[in-house]
Write a protein that binds this ligand. Sequence first.
Ligand code: ZN
Length: 395
Amino acid sequence: MIVSYKYRAYPDAAGEARLHEALDTCRWLYNTLLEECNTARENGSSLTMQKTQARIVTLKEEHPALKDVYSKVLQMVNYTLWSNIRALSETKKNGRKIGKLRFKSAARYRTLNYNQSGFTIDCEGEFITFSKIGTIPFSMHRPYSGEVKGVLITRSGDEWYVIIQADQEVAAPRREGRSVGIDVGLNSFAVDSDGRVIANPRFSERSRARMKKLQQRVARKQRGSKNRENAKKKLEKAYAHITNQKNDFLHKLSRRYVAAYATICVEDLNVKYLKENGKSRGLRRSIHDASWGRFLAFLSYKAESAGTEFIRVDPRDTTQMCSNCGRIVKKDLSVRVHECPYCGFVADRDYNAAVNIHRVGMEQPLEPVERIPLHHISVMQVLSMKQEAPPESAG
Ligand SMILES: [Zn+2]
């Protein structure tokens, strides 16, 4: 299975100039080969992918700029052209009326495709060196895994991205091994059945003052002015920074759980939403839910490629039930401690819920729960977690 990992890239001015030149040259090649294909068809003959590939060699003499682009990248231009031609003829076969393949404008030609070779990835330094382009820093906000088959570098507006394509083996699911239940925390981001309490990320609050300042700066500048344009860019950058920080946190946290457990149980959000829709929910709560949803999505896809079982359980009674004796102990959102009047079990309400989620997910019969001390984990601890670090031990 080929998995793509997209990272923000930061070429310097010289690197960016070389990228633009290479894109320009590739676009010229694409359009030239397309025109030759069209001309051949009008003259009653036809070209093949092999013929246009051979044509690149002679074109290099007419258009020396081609020599400044890595040869495999040129080969991929030809490959892309022919897959477009094939896709078009497939559509025609299906009876759709469709015109000719379009020539590419500069705005629509955005990607250099380094397939198999011509690149060196330095994960430690977060650099990729592209043949004929040079070294480009990138931000590896999450690691990739598997054998790298190719790297694409692509432009989106003013921003550049590298896309690492890696071939991953899908591991066989393993049911045995450690398992955990995770619940969305009321006062924290999450609480798990092994007693971990993950603090809430508060990046946006910390950066709110700065965002406000930048927003005011944009508002004060004259419409259409260069200054306003610059202030806007700074604001967008600050916003992107917060988003990256949040995603970084969620990626690291989900990776930690997937590395540590063979089975992960969570509440089925869809069911939960249906049940709670009628209730009033604060803004803070909905923001929390949004990142919780993304956390579950990250967990789910990471679990799949790691062979970890991901179980969604019906959230009915997970909060109200006593995880020690199974009796229902009603409590509203303001009650933070679960205190069972039937068996005397006392625990943090979210921890009690996490234990229930775990038990329901594993379909285990109710067995007495030991009251364990909760282990608080700050966001900074999650963020500073090293890739290779062994998962934290349970309990
Ligand atoms: Zn009880």
